[in-house]
Design a protein around this ligand. Structure first.
Ligand SMILES: NC(=O)c1ccc[n+]([C@@H]2O[C@H](COP(=O)([O-])OP(=O)(O)OC[C@H]3O[C@@H](n4cnc5c(N)ncnc54)[C@H](O)[C@@H]3O)[C@@H](O)[C@H]2O)c1
Length: 275
């Protein structure tokens, strides 16, 4: 292939022959990240805590291999690394998409416990463990495969709440009564993921490994009408995201189309964070 072919737009965005791993593939966005990578030509190892219910969902997508992995456990990630090495001999793209949001055991206590003053230490620590330590561990373990070939693209998924603080008025009812608070751990851990990304981009730039963040805005997923109306009003494009709105950004960051980009934060949020 000559230079002009190499730099053609279709080649720049192609992931033909590439091997990708998507962590947290069982949630709302993970499926669409996998779909995007497969459509661009990659074969994808898709992992989550439990995969039984994912088998049917992923069956029609093509080259997708499902694995049960806990990103907070080094031995589990070691298993993932060895599985990829044995079966595919390399890793080109890693999407760190797994994360947790707060879940309160007793929903009637959500308002009380989500408030900063009462926020339980164990929830703060759990959030750190999955959102931040899990991302750190996965980069450390799976990055070894990229170091072997001096090549790779890591995409860490952050959030608009990594960039701006939650507007707690979004979580009020029509009368202005607070229903719950967006708690301190999600924005804090996501902001840490963003800066960890810059750290690693600087550290591995000379090794040919690119590390970027994708910062998605809120995705429409059964929220109340009042929430959606308020969110839309706060968003220049006047709507919440659909889960497939990030497919283009994922392929861009994964592929040579973004070859000169590292340590960046690609914000895809309908403009939510610009004002
Ligand atoms: N949905 C949104 O509105 C939104 C907005 C901004 C950012 N994000 C970010 O995008 C990403 C995907 O969001 P989503 O809405 O699909 O979330 P989700 O909760 O639907 O999916 C996250 C997945 O991560 C998995 N997971 C949690 N802990 C894990 C662990 N220890 N090991 C392996 N997998 C684990 C969960 O089982 C789940 O399937 C997250 O990082 C989230 O913070 C989402």
């Amino acid at each position: 292939m000559n230079d002009i072919d190499n730099r053609s737009v279709s080649n720049l965005f192609s992931l033909k022959g590439k091997v990708a791993a998507v962590l947290g593939a069982g949630g709302l966005l993970g499926y669409y990240h996998v779909e995007a990578l497969v459509e661009a030509g990659a074969c994808v190892v898709a992992v989550d805590l439990k995969i039984d219910e994912l088998v049917e969902k992923y069956r029609s997508l093509g080259e997708v291999y499902l694995l049960e992995i806990d990103i907070t456990k080094p031995t589990s990630l070691e298993h993932l690394r060895d599985y990829i090495l044995t079966n595919f001999h390399k890793l080109d793209v890693l999407v760190n998409n797994a994360a947790i949001n707060d879940k309160f055991e007793d929903p009637t206590l959500t308002l009380e416990y989500s408030k900063f003053e009462n926020y339980p230490l164990d929830l703060w620590q759990k959030s750190l463990e999955v959102n931040l330590t899990g991302t750190f561990l996965s980069c450390q373990m799976l990055g070894q495969l990229m170091l072997l070939r001096h090549s790779g693209s890591i995409i860490n998924v952050a959030s608009t709440y990594a960039v701006v603080a939650p507007n707690q008025q979004l979580y009020q009812d029509e009368e202005g009564k607070q229903l719950f608070y967006k708690s301190p751990s999600y924005p804090s851990t996501k902001a840490a993921v963003l800066h960890f990304t810059r750290f690693l981009a600087a550290h591995w730039g000379s090794q040919g490994i690119r590390v970027n963040c994708l910062t998605p805005g809120g995705v429409e997923n059964g929220q109340s009408d009042i929430f959606i109306r308020r969110y839309n009003k706060q968003t220049p494009l006047q709507r919440m995201a659909q889960p497939w709105d990030y497919k283009g950004a994922i392929v861009f960051l994964a592929s040579d189309a973004s070859a000169y980009m590292t340590g960046a934060n690609l914000i895809v949020d309908g403009g939510y964070t610009i004002w």
